[in-house]
Design a protein around this ligand. Structure first.
Ligand SMILES: Cc1ncc(COP(=O)(O)O)c(C=O)c1O
Length: 391
């Protein structure tokens, strides 16, 4: 039988079995009568540490006395999962998921789950990427694939299949989803195993991919950004697209708390770095497109494509040149235009950074021109950026 003393031990020192046993046995063991008796007994000893233990054990008893937590069969758990998903799912629909754990694709949202013992879940040992699905084509799939493979290498994650197989699986997942507009998100992880820090017991690396239909129209109104007070990740981690996005999340929340859309990171030398899930660029007073270089931040696939597309704007004289390098805050805040660039925002004008109005406070013409070039590229760009999905 579990004893009161085993319940009052610090949890970390309590063997799993006795804790489990205690949780099943407390209802019968601890009648209100027993509890008042134990309380009286402890008080009469007059030892504060014992009283504290008593309070702790009472709290634990309360916690273990919950009797309305149902024990579910697999099908009941799946049913509840399905109902829960249906209750919160908004505009986004999850149309298909691939998992190397079950070695196939499912279109049932309730089965779109990953194992809790996956090293990515409990230790953040995973990398990910996203590719837009535009009118039945995958935009810049190969560029994103190259990046996730680079990220996996930097995170010391062996890949479960070769590049071509991963590519084929991703395309097949989109095909099975029948999605023509949305996004494909995918993860490479050290895989399931145990709950230890070392991945040495991970069974084998895993690949997960999900297709999300998204019909919300892209909002292109000019936005406000703030300077992030959350520290930027050091270059070794900022250049990897790992699942460790806590700083990015906190930075985004900080922006929202201050009426902004995103918070901008400065690097350790005080130069402009990037946003939490986008790059930044400026059009200077002398009409040059300037962008921070990628050695301390994530190499954005969209930003790199923008650099190539912007050559056209140089040729037609809309801008005078392109520079990738250090950008000071002063240069940024005094620019004619500021923009966020990424798969999610494409190219979006920033009209205010902290208290500073950027340019004339309106969406900038170069940002509009770049946005149009990206959209055109997504719709009718070359084969190198558009991979057709065989539905
Ligand atoms: C930190 C960070 N920077 C930049 C980007 C933009 O990259 P991409 O254009 O490839 O979406 C992302 C994208 O998610 C990001 O997470």
């Amino acid at each position: 039988m579990a004893s009161l003393s085993s319940l009052s031990q610090p949890i970390s020192k309590t063997p799993y079995n006795s804790l489990k046993f205690a949780s099943h046995s407390t209802n019968s063991l601890l009648t209100p009568k027993n509890r008042s008796f134990s309380g009286l007994g402890f008080r009469s000893l007059g030892l504060s540490c014992v009283v504290k233990n008593s309070i702790q054990s009472e709290a634990l008893v309360e916690a273990t006395q919950i009797s309305d937590v149902p024990l579910l069969s697999c099908s009941e758990a799946m049913e509840r999962l399905r109902n829960s998903q249906e209750s919160y799912r908004g505009k986004q629909q999850f149309l298909a998921m691939y998992s190397s754990v079950y070695g196939g694709i499912t279109t049932d949202p309730a089965a779109m789950v990953i194992p809790m013992d996956d090293h990515m879940v409990h230790r953040g040992h995973g990398v990910f990427d996203t590719t837009a699905i535009m009118d039945g084509y995958l935009y810049e799939l190969d560029q994103h694939l190259d990046r996730i493979l680079r990220s996996a290498k930097m995170a010391k994650i062996n890949i479960p299949f070769d590049r071509e197989s991963i590519r084929r699986i991703l395309i097949q997942t989109v095909s099975a989803s029948k999605c023509r507009n949305g996004s494909l998100r995918y993860w490479l992880s050290a895989g399931p195993g145990d709950f230890q820090l070392s991945p040495s017991a991970c069974h084998k690396p895993s690949l997960y991919a999900i297709v999300i239909e998204d019909q919300s129209p892209a909002d292109q109104k000019g936005i406000k950004v703030v300077t992030s007070s959350i520290p930027i990740k050091p270059p070794q981690f900022a250049t990897v697209k790992s699942v460790n996005y806590l700083p990015n999340v906190l930075s985004k929340m900080e922006a929202e708390e201050n009426g902004g859309y995103a918070a901008i990171w400065l690097d350790d030398d005080g130069y402009v770095a990037e946003g939490p899930n986008m790059n930044v660029a400026f059009v200077t007073k002398d009409k040059k497109l300037v962008m921070p270089h990628f050695n301390k931040i994530l190499s954005g696939c969209t930003a790199r494509r923008v650099l190539a597309l912007a050559e056209g704007l140089v040729k037609e004289g809309t801008i005078r040149g392109i520079r990738v390098g250090n950008v000071t805050v002063e240069e940024g805040k005094n620019a004619d235009e500021m923009m966020l660039i990424g798969s999610g925002v494409l190219a979006r004008s920033v009209v205010q950074w902290d208290e500073q109005i950027i340019g004339d406070g309106k969406e900038g013409p170069v940002t509009w021109a770049l946005l149009n070039l990206i959209v055109e590229d997504m719709n009718s760009g070359p084969d190198t950026v558009r991979v057709p999905v065989p539905y």
